[in-house]
Design a protein around this ligand. Structure first.
Ligand SMILES: Cc1cc2nc3c(=O)[nH]c(=O)nc-3n(C[C@H](O)[C@H](O)[C@H](O)COP(=O)(O)OP(=O)(O)OC[C@H]3O[C@@H](n4cnc5c(N)ncnc54)[C@H](O)[C@@H]3O)c2cc1C
Length: 497
């Protein structure tokens, strides 16, 4: 039987996953990627021996107890990279010396919280009881779907009902100890407005080692999947920006690159940025109300949009993996008043910096409009980046005296940097749909486009769902769908078996 050909746009995790499963199932695949390396936003860059890692904090399914682990085995990283797990996820500190250590072992966390705030023992018990309950539940199995996952979910229904609508901030208000009340909302240095249920999943996942860090970080992880894809016989063309998806009689037939060359295939898949795919490559001709409403609700500002990276000639191996510094006095950074500094220290993985040295990353939420306005006046843009870096360094100097003199490299990445290097419209990550979120969770936002044949999307933009595991799963599900349409069994394979 003649093999069908597939063109895949983008070598992010979803594009690579689509390619790997396509090759495992007898399709002839080619990936066209605008960058010169794989990974998309799951990336890193090297400066003077320091690796500045943009992406991974926690990889879902990193532990063998999760059903999702098998997918990372099929795609290569679980086979090639040792998974590392944090002892202490974050330490939330105040300048008076009080510190809340978020240990990943639940017993240790409970003991520590009770030492910090003995009067809050009953609230702490409720909290750790909920986290323990969630250890019985494999979030990534649910994502993979199926009846087995749904049945296993049943005992959780009551807990989901009980905790629904309660944010971290709401839960923190239950503590009588003022420090714990202040520190608790930053338990995973994200928005205090996120549902506390996510924290239960998250802490349970870290306790069970289902959440971890692949040694070498984001780029090593992406390279492991790239290797798997090439070993399976796939082809990747780097520095190949796709400008147009070629359509004849409302069926996708190929692509046109920025250099003018055209490439044809039986099926076209885009795992590239959703806005670029739908509104530029396809000129907005294949949309519905749901897609239009989603893109018209793009957020003005997002977390993890601005990053300050520092290469420091100092050993931070005694420090935790991340520190939230609660500031005595607020400071304005990148046009916004900040009450805290989130400091990530890559000390747990020695491969990230030369011996005895360390990488520090300080992420902020930020707005594209703020940075784009400056970028159009390039000197102002550079000056603002310098101002952000020096504000961060001055704050770090108070916590780590002497650090100013030890900094060897400084790099600031803004939403404009992300747009330029990672090809994402306005440097944005996927946001939560404001309309019909339940339906989008089940069916994706744009796995296919209305009225366009032979065309599919995979990855975070197809699903409107952020995450490495959902990107990998989306590529896998796409090939499963194609196999079903072609009336053939869906095959998977772990390397070396
Ligand atoms: C700062 C940050 C931290 C994160 N941390 C985590 C974490 O800890 N755990 C987790 O699970 N998830 C995390 N995520 C989310 C996760 O990284 C993403 O959801 C996932 O990597 C998306 O993969 P993707 O393949 O769908 O998209 P992308 O990574 O965006 O891949 C799209 C690819 O298409 C290419 N492309 C774009 N336009 C074109 C074009 N015109 N022609 C050719 N190629 C093109 C891009 O260069 C890119 O390679 C994080 C994301 C960010 C930004």
């Amino acid at each position: 039987m003649e093999q069908k050909s597939i063109i895949i746009i983008g070598a992010g995790i979803a594009g690579l996953s689509s390619g790997c499963y396509g090759e495992m199932n007898g399709y002839r695949t080619k990936i066209f990627e605008l960058h010169n390396k794989p990974g998309g936003v799951c990336t890193a860059w090297k400066r003077k021996g320091y690796i500045f890692d943009f992406c991974i904090h926690n990889l879902g399914g990193s532990g063998k107890s999760s059903r999702f682990h098998r997918i990372w085995e099929e795609l290569g990283p679980a086979h090639d990279l040792p998974m590392m797990h944090y002892e202490e996820f974050v330490r939330i500190e105040r300048s008076d010396g009080r510190a809340f250590n978020v240990f990943t072992d639940i017993d240790r966390l409970e003991q520590h919280m009770k030492e910090l705030a003995p009067g809050d023992a009953s609230v702490i018990n409720k909290f750790t009881r909920a986290v323990r309950l969630f250890t019985h539940f494999d979030m990534w199995e649910l994502q993979m779907g199926g009846i087995r996952a749904a049945i296993r979910m049943l005992p959780m229904v009551w807990a989901l009902f009980r905790w629904r609508g309660i944010t971290l901030q709401d839960f923190a208000a239950r503590f009588s100890d003022p420090f714990l009340r202040q520190a608790f909302p930053f338990i995973h240095y994200d928005s205090p407005e996120i549902p506390v249920i996510l924290t239960f999943y998250f802490l349970a996942g870290m306790h069970k080692h289902d959440l971890g860090w692949p040694r070498g970080g984001s780029l090593a992880f992406s390279r492991a999947i790239e290797k798997r894809y090439l070993d399976l016989g796939g082809e990747i063309y780097y520095k190949s920006r796709v400008e147009k998806i070629l359509v004849e009689n409302n069926r996708a037939v190929g692509i046109r690159l920025a250099d003018g060359t055209e490439h044809r295939a039986d099926i076209v898949v885009s795992s590239a940025d959703g806005h670029t795919t739908i509104f530029d490559m396809l000129e907005g001709k294949y949309v519905n109300d749901q897609i239009l409403s989603y893109y018209s609700a793009a957020p003005a500002s997002q977390p993890f949009a601005l990053h300050v990276f520092l290469g420091v000639a100092r050993d931070f191996s005694r420090e935790p993996h991340a520190i939230v510094l609660l500031l005595d006095q607020s400071v304005t950074i990148a046009g916004k008043v900040r009450e805290r500094l989130d400091v990530e220290l890559f000390n747990f993985d020695p491969s990230m910096a030369p011996d005895g040295k360390s990488v520090i990353k300080v992420p902020f939420d930020s707005s594209y409009a703020f940075w784009k306005g400056l970028y159009d006046r390039y000197e102002d843009y550079q000056a603002e980046k310098d101002r952000v870096a020096s504000a961060v360094i001055n704050l770090l100097e108070k916590r780590f005296p002497g650090i100013k003199e030890q900094i060897e490299v400084v790099d600031v990445a803004t939403p404009v940097t992300i747009e330029r290097y990672m090809g994402t419209w306005q440097g944005l990550q996927v946001w939560w749909p404001t309309e019909k979120a339940g339906a989008v969770m089940r069916k994706g936002l744009s796995r296919t486009l209305p009225g366009l044949g032979n065309f599919y999307m995979a990855g975070q933009w197809a699903e409107a769902m952020v995450g490495l595991s959902s990107a990998a799963e989306s590529g896998r599900n796409l090939i499963k769908t194609l196999c079903k349409r072609d009336k053939k069994p869906f095959l998977t394979k772990i390397p070396g078996t």
